[in-house]
Write a protein that binds this ligand. Structure first.
Ligand SMILES: Nc1ncnc2c1ncn2[C@@H]1O[C@H](COP(=O)(O)OP(=O)(O)O)[C@@H](O)[C@H]1O
Length: 176
């Protein structure tokens, strides 16, 4: 059996762009003092972005390079990793995986406000409709560590943050 070396859990917050990952992660990091790791920002900061994909209007991510850089950050736990993908991370990194979900109307409004149009907007809405990230999380991690959180309203936002805070507290009680 693997020996756990973490004193604090690592949490993955994943879901389609626009579902509220950054909002939740920021609030969580303020509450828990865990480190918020915005993977898109880390990728930029550490030059892990390769040439631009014109079809998807975003740069390709050099996953191997990014994982090498993140490995040291993850070792001691206490991280909230925020990314719209989850299958390429090592499974051993995470103790809890939270898939944030938003209904089509709310997501459409949020992404339009963000300036998404055309194929990029449609692809992201479809991604949410087809539960792509939920399936990705369920096929990449043990079912007992994957939890789906609906995040359509402000009230749900606070409940979701509270749910993850409580989960962290339970983890500490059970593992420290
Ligand atoms: N529960 C919520 N209710 C209403 N608006 C929300 C909620 N969660 C996030 N938002 C808003 O939706 C937009 C996208 O949220 P963001 O956290 O940037 O998503 P992501 O990080 O998943 O792309 C932001 O304008 C944010 O303020």
């Amino acid at each position: 059996m693997a020996v756990r070396q973490r004193n604090l859990p690592n949490v993955l917050v994943t879901g389609t762009p626009g579902v509220g990952k950054s909002t939740i992660s920021k609030m969580l990091s303020e509450r828990t003092k865990f480190t918020w790791r915005e993977v898109s920002k880390l990728a930029e900061e550490y030059n892990c972005l390769d040439e631009y994909d014109s079809e998807y209007q975003c740069p390709f991510l050099n996953e191997d390079k990014l994982l090498d850089i993140m490995e040291g950050m993850m070792a001691k736990g206490g991280n909230i990793v925020d990314y719209h993908g989850c299958e390429f991370f090592p499974e051993r990194w995470f103790d809890g995986v939270f898939v944030i979900r938003t209904n089509n109307t709310a997501l459409y409004d949020r992404l339009s406000t963000r300036g998404y149009t055309g194929k990029k907007l449609e692809d992201n809405i479809q991604c949410e409709i087809f539960e792509t990230l939920l399936e990705e999380a369920q096929s990449s991690y043990k079912p007992e560590i994957v939890q789906e959180l609906h995040n359509n309203t402000e009230e749900q936002l606070y409940t979701n943050v509270e749910t993850i805070v409580q989960w962290i507290e339970r983890w500490k009680e059970e593992n420290i």
